[in-house]
Design a protein around this ligand. Structure first.
Ligand SMILES: NC(=O)N[C@H]1NC(=O)NC1=O
Ligand SMILES: [Zn+2]
Ligand SMILES: [Zn+2]
Length: 461
């Protein structure tokens, strides 16, 4: 009798799935999970001892800006995907900005795809952009496999990626509905935020508080409602990125209850930082929508617990530190470097501090992401047949984050100096270790992920 031989067996770990946690061995052949059982017999070419570790499905970070090509000096796919791997992520979706050119047509898509295929350590999907003037290009982007189309309802801070006017958003959603792709929006009312900012700046009020006051919650609520109205009308699936307020999540949840195909995400910074931190940390913690008061933050946690807020992604939006150093706070780069800390923050502040179930963390960072964005059924789950994408976690390890721990091109983050509980020990992408004990293991071998089922090419129908 021949014994079965696996490529890899991970022994004794505690598996965290959306259906609960259990101890089991996991066997991998050809990049996929082929067996899960309390005591797996059979040989293996490699064995990982995970007796004191939790095995999470690899994080799928649906929202990062890696800036390559064109602004690789801000981040880059190699450094950004290294940071993700160090944070337990096995896949990401890159936003169509702040690379140059932005991903708004077939040619720019090809450039981005080539860059990511050459240097990503983890798997990746690509967002296309919806901007004034590119509705004709949505078809070619859909055909090439974008996750969906991202639009800014307010100024993006990047010249080459213009905010949508209402007509572009409406018509873009009509086209996206026909293409079966969703639209994701940065939801803030541009007129309101621009006018409030302008007023403050002409009066010489250019501090953190003035910035906060220029982007009130109502600007977010109004834009979310408008996007939902268009989604209801066009039948387009809608995703609201980085919702910063409990009331914003409520709008999404009630529209969903009425049958609108709309989802939302929040980011770790809205869960663990408040506007007071923005005052204290300055531009390191500058983002849009801005950080909020503690009551909004508490509401976000409640929504996360109840499932009305089903997804957390990082909105990692890095830049050289010099771009954060401006006497006028409005001029400092708005964007937080945080993708390496996404899972660790949820473990520290969610699981340890608030007793959030680990299953919910796995759902919010992996399983729901895969489902919402229609990844192939072998992504985002810990089960037989799925890709062997894992984050191995020592839940009880404590540490203080240091800037030299960060793999970002520019090693700043509002979380430096923060105490964490729960450490990523090892990350595997399709069975291959990409991060172990503080080091990235090359070479980069990330695969391009497309939504599934694939859109048939127009010539084939
Ligand atoms: N351009 C860009 O990355 N903007 C992002 N930064 C941020 O804080 N919010 C965003 O939308
Ligand atoms: Zn945004
Ligand atoms: Zn973003």
């Amino acid at each position: 009798m021949t014994m079965k031989t696996y490529d890899l067996v991970i022994r004794g770990g505690t598996l965290v799935t959306v259906n609960g946690i259990r101890r089991a061995d996991v066997a991998v052949v050809d990049e996929r999970i082929v067996a899960i059982s309390p005591e797996l017999s059979g040989g293996a070419q490699a064995v990982i001892d995970a007796y004191n570790l939790h095995i999470f499905p690899g994080v799928i970070d649906a929202h990062v800006h890696f800036n390559e090509p064109g602004r690789t000096f801000w981040e880059g796919i190699a450094s950004g995907s290294s940071a993700l791997a160090a944070g337990g992520a096995t896949a990401f979706f890159d936003m169509p900005l702040n690379a140059h050119p932005p991903t708004i047509d077939a040619a720019s898509f090809a450039e981005k795809l080539a860059a990511a295929e050459a240097s990503s350590y983890v798997d990746f999907g690509l967002w296309g952009g919806l901007v004034p003037g590119n509705i004709e290009q949505l078809d070619e982007l859909a055909e090439r496999g974008v996750v969906g189309f991202k639009a800014f309802m307010s100024n993006s801070g990047i010249e080459d990626f213009q905010a949508v006017d209402d007509a572009t958003l409406y018509q873009g959603m009509q086209r996206s509905a026909q293409l079966g792709r969703l639209v994701a929006v940065h939801a803030e009312n541009d007129q309101l935020t621009a006018a409030l900012a302008q007023e403050a700046r002409t009066q010489g009020r250019v501090g953190v508080q003035d910035y906060l006051a220029s982007r009130p919650v109502v600007a977010e609520l109004e834009a979310i409602e408008r996007a939902i109205t268009f989604a209801r009308e066009t039948g387009c699936a809608l995703h609201i990125v980085h919702v910063s307020s409990g009331r914003g999540v409520r709008l999404v949840a009630s529209a969903r209850a009425q049958g609108v195909d709309v989802s939302c995400e929040t980011c770790p910074h809205y869960l663990v930082l408040t506007e007071e931190d923005m005052v204290e940390l300055g531009a390191l913690a500058k983002c849009a929508p801005p950080l909020r008061a503690v009551d909004e933050q508490a509401a976000l946690w409640q929504h996360l617990f109840s499932g009305t807020l089903p997804m957390v992604s990082s909105d990692h939006s890095p830049a050289p530190f010099e771009m954060k150093e401006r006497p006028d706070f409005f001029e400092a780069w708005g964007g937080i470097s945080g993708c390496q800390s996404l899972l660790a923050l949820l473990l520290t502040e969610g699981y340890h501090r608030r007793h959030m179930p680990l299953s919910l963390i796995a759902a919010a960072t992996s399983e729901f992401v895969a489902r919402r964005f229609q990844l192939p059924p072998y992504k985002g789950r810990l089960e037989v047949g799925a890709d062997a994408d894992f984050a191995l976690i020592d839940l009880s390890a404590t540490y203080q984050l240091q800037s030299h721990d960060l793999f970002y091109r520019h090693a700043h983050s509002p979380y430096v100096g923060r105490d964490f509980r729960g450490r990523v020990v090892r990350t595997l992408v399709r069975g291959r270790t990409v991060f172990l004990d503080g080091k990235i293991m090359g070479p980069p071998g990330g695969h391009f992920l497309q939504p599934f089922p694939l859109i048939p090419s127009l010539e084939s129908i």
